[in-house]
Write a protein that binds this ligand. Structure first.
Ligand SMILES: [Zn+2]
Length: 307
């Protein structure tokens, strides 16, 4: 958003700098940022600017509209910790503070909706640590239900008299999946595997992916940690392309023809050397370990392709 003259205001600049900072600080929404750091670490022009407040909705006094929103962590075992609610249209909702439409926090959200500013949504990934979701817009308000409709990625006109058709909601759902559900999947998987590749134990988050056991394009490919494996870039690509498979008993099998090949150290140690070996890293919590059912489905596909 820019001011009428086209020049960026201090508020625009702070919002944009904060967006870049949280992206970088969280390794692209992979590692949660502690609440205490969100209160103290971000600086703009040498001044400390708080990114969260005690309440879920945060509007610094000098800003014209809400700056960030926050959803606290819900312990494991409870459903979907990363949103307030999902409407019948599949889009997320963010609840008002209380039930008074004129509470200053609710006004701050309404102003953000009207001026179409991008908010940062901090979602609790652990007690007191948050994953930032950037480019979050409030696109409509449902006053009778005390909530706003959230769009992740783009602002779109969802008002009843707008020309928006069904495709816009479909588009928004795709955006939400990519911009919100995938990061939450990724952060859950990387955390469960303690930032190590399941196959080789590489411990550099920049080189790790959250791989799906069953692709999310598949009906069985749920975005849950039990359908995930933390894998380094090489092992992720090797898994997705059928260079290796993982048996339901968590033993790695390298494709037969690759075992015959002679090549450099990556093939020798990184692939052939893992043949017949158990996964090096598995989550401590039983419910986060790879699902035997999903592994079997994936293993059968690998075995069929490798035969
Ligand atoms: Zn690896």
């Amino acid at each position: 958003m820019t001011a009428a003259g086209g020049e960026s205001t201090r508020e625009d600049l702070v919002r944009s700098a904060a967006r870049d900072w949280v992206e970088k600080r969280s390794f692209g929404a992979t590692l949660p940022i502690r609440g205490v750091d969100l209160r103290s670490e971000f600086l703009f022009g040498g001044d400390q600017v708080r990114l969260v407040d005690q309440a879920g909705i945060w509007k610094p006094a000098w800003m014209a509209a809400a700056f960030t929103i926050r959803t606290t962590h819900t312990p494991a075992g409870q459903e979907a910790p990363y949103f307030d609610e999902i409407g019948a249209d599949g889009l997320h909702r963010y609840k008002w503070r209380g039930t008074d439409p004129n509470h200053h926090h609710n006004k701050a959200l309404r102003d953000a909706m009207k001026s179409r500013v991008a908010l940062i949504w901090f979602i609790g990934a652990e007690p007191n640590a948050y994953i930032p979701i950037t480019d979050v817009y409030l696109v409509a308000e449902e006053p009778d239900q005390h909530q706003f409709v959230v769009s992740v990625g783009d602002w779109v006109d969802l008002r009843p008299d707008s020309p928006a058709e069904g495709w816009i909601e479909k588009y928004l759902l795709t955006q939400t999946k990519q911009r919100l559900h995938q990061p939450m999947f990724r952060v859950g998987v990387i955390r469960a595997y303690e930032q190590r590749c399941a196959i080789c134990a590489l411990n550099h988050v920049e080189l790790l992916d959250a791989a799906h056991i069953i692709p999310d394009s598949d009906e069985a490919g749920v975005a849950a940690v039990r359908n995930g494996l933390a894998l380094c870039k090489i092992h992720h690509a090797a898994y997705d392309r059928g260079f290796l498979g993982i048996r339901p008993d968590l033993v790695v099998q390298i494709r037969a023809d690759l075992l015959q090949e002679k090549d450099g150290p990556m093939l020798l140690h990184g692939l052939q050397g893992r043949h017949g070996q158990k996964l090096m890293t598995v989550p401590k919590r039983t419910e986060e370990r790879p699902s035997a059912e999903l592994l079997e489905l994936s293993w059968n596909r690998f075995a069929a392709g490798a035969a």
